[in-house]
Each structure stands twice: as structure tokens, then as C-alpha cells.
Design a protein around this ligand. Structure first.
Ligand code: CMC
Length: 432
């Protein structure tokens, strides 16, 4: 460590000079711990959107936004996406290391045992309009798990958290398939313990109770890869939400459900659905791709190029590179028409050569190509973001558990800089 890396950061305000200790990162930006700033100066920091603020120390995921690097627990995303199974990556995120053969088999077995939803829970899916957005139903459903599994709610009890982890991993895919089926008026299917996690999820989503449903391995492999790509992304909006809610010692279901709410927004996970809507709009209009890009650059009607830009990546999102290749492979293998893929590629080509996007470091993000793959697999557009949620689930669980176990955790409670009215007094309505 160099001397400057150990030197405290100094901060001068009025006649005071304060020293704040540095917090050393193993990779990436070091931190400056400013915990005593308010006490010593009466000042708070203002950092809208947390652009400069680290909310915690974490050992789970590392991103280098300049170099386009993403690693889970040290493993490059490319190696995991090309070689691993989703549950293996989930284990890695939650427990810190890749499982050996025996551990992996035990994890798979345990999750299989818990795939069923309580029979009473089925009525829950009929309580919403069939055209209600799946993310709203998923958020309510995950929150509702707390009412069925009341013996797993104590965040301080290791046994309860362990069981809640398994229940979430096991039951959320069943729930997502039920939401999709119910929207189409199709029968809800029971899990089949002879099938693997992703294979069974696809069967429950697309199969029929009266017929065998052989799942195409192309679909299983493609979904496996996409779930791995989404499995964690350090302190993004939904993960920070999970941590924030959990910091009040709210149970894991309430915290993960809050994360689903955050993910549903079009600037976050909802972007995958918005990309498809954008591609369809371009396809169905007489607008050229160049016309659309011009509209974006002119900020007409606040329109953005969905699936482009990222708070952290200022180069190509490594997940987007993998998803792009996967989109080509899946569409080719399934022999699907790829007019929208062509539009997406033209959009990317024009944007990457355009000064507006170059100056702002705007590159495709993970959501740019994933919707095309989900669509080719047969998922309706409104199911794209729930699939993102399924992928992100182990990340949320891992981050919640890390937060609970961290002795430095305090309830999340930001300050504000108040800019409203100073004290004034009530006067009767007739005199206002
Ligand atoms: N299209 C056009 N302009 C954009 C875009 C875009 N997609 N993204 C950013 N900009 C412009 C923005 O208008 C601003 O321009 P100016 O300096 O002239 O005001 C500049 O780039 C900086 O943008 P910002 O909004 O300050 O950047 P941010 O870091 O706050 O936002 C973002 C990041 C992802 C919300 C944003 O890039 C965006 O809205 N992208 C489209 C939605 C999207 O694809 N979201 C998925 C993100 S990746 C997966 C995930 O997190 O779920």
C-alpha cells in the first residue's frame, strides 16, 4: 500500500480542517469514511442519486465500469455465463465459493423439495385482474410468503434465514410461472421433481397438464445464461432498496418484495420490456432507425434510447456482449424471424458512431438484447422483467444476508438539505 493510500483524506470548511480515514478497497475505488462530518461541522453531504456515495462495504460483486468488468466473488461473468448452472452461481453469490459436487447436489435436492406453493396460495393469483402487470403481482406474492412461512422471518436467526433462502429460491419460479399462466387463463401446473430447476420452470410456464412437454435444451441453456447474467450487480437501485428495507430488520420477503418494486421501473429492470416496445414502435412506424436516433438526441418527448446507458459502465456492458451473442445464437437455432434484431443492431451501430452517445459514454446495457431472446423463447413482453427478478433473486438474498451479518450495519436513514418554508403560523381559512 502506498503512503498516500493510507493518508487520511482532509476536508477544510470555515476554520476547521478535518481528517477522515480511508477505507481500502481490494479493487476499485477506495472509500472515505465521513461518519463524524455532521457531528464535527453541522454539515451533511448532498449526493442526489448516490452518484459518489458508497452505502456499505461488500465482498460479493465487483464492477469496473471503465474497463467493462463484472465479477461475482472474483469470478469473471464470462466464465460463469459460459460454464456454470444458475443454482451454482446462486450458491456462489450467497455463500462465497463455488459448490463442490456433493454440496451442489444437496442444494439442488433441497430446493426441489420446496417448489410447491401452498394450495391456498393459488387463490391469490385469481385475486388480481388477469391483465394486471406481473411485477405488481410478483411483488405482492413475495411479500405474501411471509404469511405462510412465519417461522422464517427473524433476520437474526441463522436457521430461519437459511430456510427462507431455500424457500425463496424454490418458490419464486413457481410463482412467476403461475402469474404467466393465470394471465392467459391457463391451468396452473405442479412442479415436477424429476426435472432440473430451469427446465421445470419452462415446463410449468409453457406446458399443458394433459401432454408431455419436452423442453428444448436451446431454451434451457439460453435462460440459464440470462439468469446468471442478471444474478447480481452490486448496489444498484433494487439491491440498495432490499438493503435499505432490511436495515430496519424487516423480514427477507418484505425486503426482496421491495426490490421487485424498484426493479419494475423502466430505468431499471423494466427497460427490457421498454426496449421491445421501442423496437416494435420503430418497426411499425414509417420512421427510419436514424430518425428515431435523432428524436432521442433532440430529447423529443423525453424519449431515451432504452437499453442504452448505465450509471457505472462507461464502456460496453459485459453482460450486453454476452446477451448480444446469445440473441444471435438463439434466434438462429430457433429459426425465428429477426427483423427486430436487425433494428437493434442498426440502432447500436448508429448510436456508437454518434457524438451524442460518444460524449456521454452511452453503450448498450444488459437490457438491450435480452428482450429479443425472451421473445424468441415465447415469453410475453410483460414477463421479461419478472425473468430479470428471477435472475436477480440470489443477488438480493446474498446482499440481504451480508447486510444482516455485517456488525457495521445501521438502519438506513439518509439526511436531507431542507429547502422548504421557514416557520409560519396557521391562520383561519376565511382569512387566507
Ligand atoms: N438515451 C438517451 N440519452 C441518455 C440515455 C439514453 N438511454 N441515458 C442517458 N442519457 C443522457 C442523459 O439525457 C444525460 O444527457 P445530458 O447530459 O444532456 O443531460 C446524460 O446521458 C447522462 O444521463 P443520466 O440520466 O444523468 O445518467 P444516469 O447515470 O443517472 O442514468 C440510466 C443511468 C441507466 C438510468 C440511463 O442511462 C437511462 O435512462 N437509460 C435507459 C434506461 C435503461 O436502459 N435502463 C437499464 C439500465 S441497465 C439494467 C438495470 O439497471 O436494470
Amino acid at each position: 500500500m502506498t503512503e498516500s493510500e493510507l493518508t487520511p483524506a482532509t476536508f477544510s470548511v470555515d476554520d476547521k480542517t478535518l481528517e477522515f480515514p480511508r477505507v481500502k478497497a481490494t479493487e476499485g475505488n477506495d472509500g472515505v469514511a465521513i461518519n463524524t462530518l455532521l457531528k464535527d461541522t453541522g454539515l451533511v453531504t448532498l449526493d442526489t442519486g448516490f452518484v459518489n456515495t458508497a452505502s456499505c462495504e461488500s465482498k460479493i460483486t465487483y464492477i469496473d465500469g471503465g474497463e467493462g468488468i463484472l465479477r461475482y466473488r472474483g469470478y469473471p461473468i464470462e466464465e460463469l455465463a459460459n460454464n456454470s448452472r444458475f443454482l451454482e452461481v446462486a450458491y456462489l453469490l450467497i455463500y462465497g465459493d463455488l459448490p463442490d459436487m456433493e454440496t451442489y447436489a444437496a442444494v439442488v435436492r433441497r430446493i426441489k423439495r420446496h417448489r410447491l406453493l401452498h394450495e391456498d396460495f393459488k387463490a391469490f393469483f385469481t385475486a388480481f385482474p388477469s391483465n394486471g402487470h406481473p411485477m405488481a403481482i410478483l411483488q405482492a406474492g413475495i411479500s405474501g410468503l411471509a404469511t405462510y412461512y412465519q417461522h422464517t422471518l427473524d433476520p437474526k436467526d441463522k436457521y430461519q434465514i437459511e430456510l427462507a433462502t431455500v424457500l425463496l429460491m424454490a418458490k419464486v419460479p413457481t410463482m412467476i410461472s403461475y402469474i404467466s399462466r393465470r394471465a392467459q387463463g391457463l391451468p396452473l401446473m405442479y412442479p415436477d421433481s424429476s426435472l432440473q430447476y430451469i427446465e421445470d420452470f419452462i415446463r410449468m410456464t409453457f406446458g399443458m397438464p394433459y401432454a408431455n412437454h419436452d423442453v428444448d435444451p436451446i431454451l434451457t441453456d439460453a435462460l440459464n445464461k440470462l439468469l446468471i447474467l442478471h444474478a447480481d450487480h452490486e448496489q444498484n437501485c433494487s439491491t440498495s432498496t432490499v438493503r435499505m428495507v432490511g436495515s430496519s430488520e424487516a423480514n427477507i420477503y418484505a425486503s426482496v418484495a421491495a426490490g421487485v418494486g424498484a426493479l419494475s421501473g423502466p430505468l431499471h429492470g423494466g427497460a427490457n420490456e421498454a426496449v421491445l416496445r421501442m423496437l416494435t414502435e420503430i418497426q411499425e412506424s414509417d420512421m427510419s432507425v436514424q430518425d428515431f436516433v435523432t428524436k432521442v438526441k433532440n430529447k423529443e418527448d423525453g424519449v431515451r434510447l432504452m437499453g442504452f446507458g448505465h450509471r457505472v459502465y462507461k464502456s460496453y456492458d459485459p453482460r450486453a456482449s454476452i446477451a448480444k451473442q446469445s440473441a444471435h445464437d438463439v434466434l438462429e437455432k430457433l429459426g425465428k424471424s429477426n427483423e427486430q434484431l436487425d433494428i437493434a443492431m442498426e440502432l447500436e451501430e448508429i448510436a456508437l458512431q454518434d457524438d451524442y452517445f460518444i460524449e456521454r459514454n452511452l453503450y448498450p446495457n444488459v437490457d438491450f438484447y435480452t428482450g429479443l431472446i425472451y421473445k424468441a423463447m415465447g415469453f410475453p413482453e410483460e414477463m421479461f422483467t419478472p425473468l430479470f427478478a428471477l435472475g436477480r433473486l440470489p443477488g438480493w438474498i446474498a446482499q440481504y444476508r451480508e447486510m444482516i451479518e455485517d456488525p457495521a450495519t445501521k438502519i438506513g436513514r439518509p439526511r436531507q438539505v431542507y429547502t422548504g418554508a421557514t416557520e409560519r403560523h396557521w391562520i383561519p381559512r376565511s382569512e387566507r
